[in-house]
Design a protein around this ligand. Structure first.
Ligand code: F0G
Length: 466
């Protein structure tokens, strides 16, 4: 099966296997040993720019959809398809926002916090970076139906790309486990939506089992092409920092696709001599969905040059099953107990001197409120990165003058329920609605003022004497 007839090929991440497969095959695991697959490149055969700044020549060509795309303007670094096959709907027009107010609030010296707003993508989350690449490959592989399990954003993005290229989208979601903004997008785009009585981990297992039987092309991040697209988030961070490598990349961890993609991006850039050092990566779990934190932090799991302790992982999953333990967090996007990219994330942590932390829902919501008060808002999972950065500054792991980039993964409107509840309920009603704050009121609550339709009362409130 070993084929290497193009500059790009698929390769098992397990160094002891390292089987390779043709770029056109649609695979989500190594057929020989079951591990994840990477897209690998014969860099000698690709005309990679000598300096990252060479990509800047494309800035002046916004009328060319490939140069306009924040994914494909870096196409030499994910060169698995001919130009005429590349799928784009204008993804990656995102912003690195220098937030001095929030920097001070989380204990960093002024000016060292940057937020990478991936919520500005067409579907409102970072997933579009990956879907541009996955749908390019889906068409190369002759797929007709795309499918995913999702906590919401993957399905919204998939449904949008499927609609754009004329494929059917099949969505597996846990019933009652998806924020309304995301469900609205999936339904509106015409995706066949299967609400499974179960959670994300059930949906993920089922989509993988159903795929070969029903001819589904899986676009979850077990699809290695997805992660190639998500590498470009890091290229854009570097671009916005005039190609300087930041000290820290802080990212929420759910299925661990982003952290894995970011690690691969930096490993490749380093090998190509395009950057001179690696940033450190911090992956942030919610305390309600903390498999990575438990396995790495408590059980010492590591990449170990590719020989990961599979037994330790199986034992932990056995423990979750035996206790009927399910992920639960207000950050529903990362409500995942069995992250499919676990091993790739371990590799990223190893290469980038990474750390893992968990943060409680209360902190996620407070940081979410602060993000929105100093610039564009975000959904709960995104704010885990800021809550994690704050914790790491407090611990002294992140230095006060380090240059930190937090990845803001999804738009505030993805999950409108949460900020409405956070800002309008009090006491037991709030505790019930969000399942938290049993001890104290949220720190940054902004309650609406209820008032009669009376001008005098309004003026009184505006004068500060409610
Ligand atoms: N932030 C948001 C807004 C997400 O939607 C997700 C994942 C993550 C963070 C976690 O990223 O999986 O790369 O570690 N959402 C997936 C979904 C699981 O189905 O939409 P990850």
């Amino acid at each position: 099966m070993a084929k290497k007839d193009s500059a790009a090929f698929q390769r098992c991440i397990n160094p002891a296997c390292a089987a390779t497969f043709d770029i056109h095959e649609a695979l989500t695991a190594c057929p020989e040993c079951g591990n994840l697959l990477d897209i690998a490149y014969d860099w000698e055969a690709i005309e990679v720019p000598k300096r990252l700044s060479d990509f800047e020549r494309r800035w002046a060509r916004r009328t060319d959809p490939l140069d306009f795309s924040g994914v494909w303007r870096f196409r030499e670094l994910l060169s698995f398809a001919p130009e005429e096959a590349l799928v784009t709907i204008g993804e990656g027009q995102t912003l690195l926002y220098h937030n001095e107010t929030l920097a001070r609030q989380i204990g960093l010296s002024g000016g060292n916090l940057h937020l990478q707003y991936e919520g500005l993508n067409p579907s409102g989350s970072f997933k579009d970076n990956g879907m541009a690449a996955a749908f390019t490959h889906a068409r190369m592989a002759g797929a007709r139906r795309a499918a995913c399990a999702s906590t919401g954003n993957t399905s919204a993005s998939m449904a949008m790309y499927a609609a754009a290229v004329g494929m059917q989208a099949v969505i597996f979601i846990g019933s009652g486990k998806i924020a309304y903004g995301k469900l609205a997008q999936a339904l509106d785009s015409g995706g066949l939506t299967l609400q499974i009585r179960g959670d994300f981990d059930d949906a993920m297992r089922l989509v993988q089992q159903a795929a070969p039987r029903a001819g589904l092309y899986v676009v979850n991040s077990v699809n290695p092409f997805r992660l190639e697209g998500q590498k470009t988030i890091m290229y854009r961070v570097l671009e916005a920092l005039s190609w300087e490598v930041p000290d820290w990349i802080v990212v929420p961890g759910g299925n661990l696709g982003n952290s894995s993609a970011f690690g691969k991006a930096f490993i490749e850039l380093h090998e190509l001599g395009l950057i001179d050092r690696m940033p450190r990566i911090a992956v942030i779990n919610s305390t309600g969905a903390h498999t990575l934190h438990t396995l790495v932090g408590d059980k010492g799991l590591s990449w170990g040059a590719g020989s990961v302790d599979d037994e330790a992982i199986a034992k932990y999953y056995g423990y979750l099953d035996a206790g009927g333990l399910r992920a639960h967090t207000v950050a529903t996007a990362i409500e995942i107990n069995r992250p499919v990219n676990l091993k790739k994330c371990l590799r990223a942590l190893d290469a980038a001197d990474g750390v893992v932390r968990e943060v409680p829902d209360e902190d996620i919501l407070d940081m979410k409120a602060l993000v929105a008060r100093s610039g564009p808002g975000c959904e709960p999972a995104s704010a885990a990165s800021v809550a994690g950065a704050r914790l790491l500054v407090e611990e002294g792991v992140i230095g006060k003058s380090d240059r930190v980039v937090c990845i803001i993964t999804g738009h505030v409107l993805k999950d409108p329920d949460v900020p409405v509840k956070y800002n309008s309920l009090t006491g037991e009603a709030l505790v019930d609605a969000l399942g938290l704050f049993s001890r104290e009121a949220p720190k940054y609550q902004n309650l609406p003022v209820e008032i009669d339709a009376d001008l005098e009362q309004i003026v009184k409130v505006l004068e500060g004497g409610a």
